[in-house]
Design a protein around this ligand. Structure first.
Ligand SMILES: [Zn+2]
Length: 99
């Protein structure tokens, strides 16, 4: 399920958990999709503690028309991964939570 980015708490720079609204998120991993050209195929790079993996992906495996970055968080106060989805599309950078 995709929900709009709900903003930050504790000032401007601490993201709120999309499920419980608290401020105790820890990032676990990052997945970056980088297109060779707009709407084209590209590369997927996964980074987590002690591990980096990269592979080629087709154009349909990447959202939007340009690059994507997914940051996977876990919350100290509730269950399940929360993914901050950062998408470049038609000149805009779009933020949403995938939960
Ligand atoms: Zn939470």
């Amino acid at each position: 399920m995709s929900i709009p980015f709900s903003g930050c708490v504790l000032g401007k720079d601490v993201p709120a958990c999309p499920d419980c609204g608290r401020a105790y998120l820890h990032h676990k991993s990052v997945v970056a999709y980088s297109r060779d050209t707009e709407d084209g195929p590209g590369s997927r790079t996964y980074v987590t503690t002690g591990r980096v993996e990269s592979c080629r992906v087709g154009a349909k495996a990447i959202d939007g028309r340009r690059d994507v970055c997914d940051i996977v968080f876990e919350c100290e106060d509730c269950e399940g991964n929360k993914v901050l989805h950062i998408l470049q599309h038609k000149g805009h950078t779009l933020l949403s939570w995938e939960v």
